[in-house]
Design a protein around this ligand. Structure first.
Ligand SMILES: [Zn+2]
Length: 213
């Protein structure tokens, strides 16, 4: 039987890998192992909107590697994304909007304390198939010193051209290439939102760190 992982989870997975490219994946997981097969688990595929869909994913807690699952949990709570069914991390469970006491941490009594990974279940309907970006407010990636200057409205030069090319906003030969104008500012804001950064439209160290340039 063929199955897929919910697009929403794949998108978050991609974002987390972007934030922490060298993170440990030792406790990562998507489809249920044989232990899960006999019991109800969102790690087992089920029929959602036309496919057999796995609607849960686990991410390894690896603060040294750039992914602190306590921060991830808090970012998910702050963002209140309607795709969340529930989050489990470190003996706490947090339901999404459709569950009991939405977005409040409650004790989790299951046999696995979930202190080595964060479990996220997404809702079992069409919404989990939405692969749009996740807001992750406050989830920081380690900021590596950048060789690029902070750029904002009015900045000019080679670094501006670089971020314009990276964001696909203005290319060589086009008017505004090398000048940080409204288009560039808007593109930077969108990128910041996508990566869960404060969206002030300024291309500073955190934005440069996210780009990996
Ligand atoms: Zn899990």
């Amino acid at each position: 039987m063929s199955w897929i992982v919910a697009e929403s989870l794949n998108r978050l997975h991609q974002q987390l890998n972007g934030l922490a490219p060298n993170r440990s994946k030792v406790s990562d997981g998507s489809i249920g192992d044989p232990r899960h097969a006999g019991q109800a688990s969102d790690h087992n595929p089920r029929w959602i909107a036309g496919d057999n869909v796995v609607s849960a994913r686990d991410w390894t807690h690896d603060p040294a590697g750039g992914l602190d699952c306590a921060q991830l949990r808090d970012a998910l709570i702050r963002a209140k994304d309607s795709r969340v069914k529930y989050i489990i991390y470190s003996r706490s469970i947090i339901s999404g909007a459709g569950g009991p006491r939405p977005w409040v941490r409650r004790p989790y009594q299951g046999p696995n304390p979930h202190d080595k990974h964060l479990h996220l279940s997404v809702v079992g309907d069409q919404r989990c198939r939405d692969g749009g970006p996740w807001m992750l407010p406050g989830l920081t990636s380690p900021i590596t010193p950048t060789k690029y200057p902070t750029l904002q409205r009015g900045s000019t030069g080679e670094a501006v051209k670089l971020i314009q090319r990276f964001l696909g906003v203005v290319g060589p030969g086009a008017p505004g290439y090398g000048h940080y104008g409204p288009l560039t500012e808007t593109a930077v804001k969108k990128y910041q939102i996508m990566r869960g950064l404060p969206s002030d439209g300024v291309c500073g160290p955190r934005v440069w760190a996210e780009t990996g340039l």
